[in-house]
Design a protein around this ligand. Structure first.
Ligand SMILES: [Zn+2]
Length: 323
């Protein structure tokens, strides 16, 4: 984990370096085009310097006020000139990629900035090898043509029509991802209906939009939880924390075999906490909502379940078609 942090901090450092270089270039350009601004900058430096010397020798709030006033006026004059020449007001400011943390990764209160969390989850993602899968399973490779157009009597629509409805809900989920709308998705239905594929499509789409996404099978999720419980280390703790703090948690393959009191309460604790924090979760399972509620017979489940849009998958087993 330490290497991960070092790598990320190095990235921030390089970002800040290149921002400083870019600023120096803009400054040089302006000094050449508008020498007046160079003069003002020199005045500002001298004034600030003599001002602080004076404050050391004979501190006085009156003279401090006067100097600050002068500095303010000089800066205002500079901005006016910049704009007169057609430059934006912030042309001579550092251009941070993230204004929240000024590309340090940390907020003033010492907490990790959201942009840092995104970087972290990307790194952890790479550890779990998901980027390889995402290259193959995304909306570009999603083929509606593999779903049958034959109406399934018990459902009243065809798998193809059903998938179109699901895609509609998925798009709504992605476009409204930043809204605090309590919209979480529950994919249910037998294996081989494209649930995992769609989960990966959503993950890819949101990762590309720079959201922090964690994809885990329910089985791995429990591994992370047990690891953290029994082999406490920096990396297990960081992985565990990310389950709560990432923008999207995609839990794949929540099945009957994982239902014992430990796993059930642990998983729903994560999902419930995320809901309370306004964070979104995707779940795919081969259990029906009925089976789920029977299995997880507690108040937490019904409260959690109300915040999910259940989407039913049905049709032929697609694995036979794809391969
Ligand atoms: Zn930031």
């Amino acid at each position: 984990m330490k290497e991960v942090y070092r790598k990320i901090e190095k990235e921030y450092e390089m970002t800040r370096d290149s921002e400083r270089d870019a600023l120096e270039e803009r400054k040089a350009e302006i000094y050449e085009k508008i020498p007046q601004i160079k003069k003002i900058d020199e005045l500002i430096v001298n004034l600030a310097l003599s001002g602080s010397k004076e404050q050391i020798k004979a501190p006085s709030s009156e003279s401090l006020l006067k100097i600050n006033q002068d500095l303010y006026e000089l800066r205002e004059e500079k901005l006016k000139i910049l704009q007169k020449y057609g430059y934006s007001k912030d042309y001579l400011d550092i251009r941070y990629k993230c204004l929240e943390c000024r590309d340090t990764g940390y907020l003033e209160n010492g907490q990790k900035c959201d942009c840092m969390k995104v970087k972290l989850s990307k790194e952890l993602y790479e550890m779990s090898n998901i980027s390889y899968i995402l290259g193959k399973e995304n909306f570009d490779t999603f083929d509606l043509g593999i779903f049958s157009r034959e109406v399934k009597e018990s459902e009243g629509i065809s798998p193809r029509e059903n998938m179109e409805l699901i895609l509609k809900a998925v798009r709504k989920f992605i476009y409204g991802f930043n809204e605090k709308n309590d919209m979480n998705l529950l994919f249910y239905g037998p294996t081989g209906q494209g649930k995992t594929f769609l989960l990966n499509c959503i993950a890819k789409e949101l990762i590309d939009k720079n959201f922090g996404v964690i994809y885990q099978t329910a089985f791995n999720l429990l591994d992370v939880m047990e690891d953290r419980k029994f082999r406490r280390s920096e990396i297990t703790q960081a992985k565990y924390d990310l389950l709560f703090s990432c923008d999207l948690l995609a839990i794949d393959d929540l099945g009957i075999e994982l239902v014992n009191s430990f796993s059930a309460s642990e998983i729903f604790n994560v999902v419930n906490t995320r809901i309370l924090r306004g964070k979104k979760t995707l779940i795919s399972t081969n259990l029906s909502p009925d089976e789920l509620s029977r299995t997880y017979t507690n108040r937490v489940f019904s409260r959690v379940y109300q915040r999910f849009v259940p989407l039913k998958f049905f049709g032929d087993d697609l694995r036979l078609k794809i391969n």
